[in-house]
Design a protein around this ligand. Structure first.
Ligand code: ZN
Length: 159
């Protein structure tokens, strides 16, 4: 058993189930035709790799996909992220990404249990500092993609 598996097993059983469900049946997995942004990042500590593609009408995230490989936490977090932000306005999604990254880094408290739905399952990951990057990888990409989209929007030139 690797150190990673041991940490994972220390997570609450219910949270494990939710994470494994997203890992085995990732939501919004794949690629998009004519995405407005495509960004990719790796987490060298764990070997995770994620690609996030976003399609927007200039105001909202009309579609979002991710692909990649890596540990269950990184892939499940990406799956949950796409589910959560699809349909949000670009500003709203950016704010949410910033808040979530701060929550994972312990700079901001998580809201009462249940409010974040599946994302609640990731709160236990904060106990394992080396795995926090796994959980925030997809959110880092989301934040960078949105910053890029909003800059293009405010410049009046969306691709
Ligand atoms: Zn990982």
């Amino acid at each position: 058993m690797s150190a990673t598996d041991k940490e994972f097993i220390a997570l609450d059983w219910l949270y494990q189930e939710i994470i494994l469900d997203h890992y085995k049946r990732p939501r919004n997995f794949g690629t998009l035709e004519s995405a407005n942004t495509v960004l990719e990042e790796e987490n060298p500590y764990c070997g995770d790799r994620i690609v996030v593609q976003i399609k927007t009408d200039g105001e909202r995230i009309t579609d979002i996909r991710f692909s990649g490989r890596g540990c269950a936490i990184s892939q499940a977090s990406a799956s949950m992220m796409t589910e959560r932000v699809k349909g949000m306005s670009l500003e709203e999604a950016l704010k949410f990404a910033e808040d979530f990254r701060e929550m994972m880094r312990g700079e901001k408290p998580f809201p009462p249990e249940g409010e974040l739905e599946d994302l609640d399952a990731l709160r236990g990951v904060r106990e394992f500092p080396v795995r926090i990057k796994c959980a925030t990888l997809a959110w880092d990409l989301l934040q960078r993609s949105l910053a890029h989209l909003l800059a293009s929007k405010n410049g009046g030139d969306l691709k």
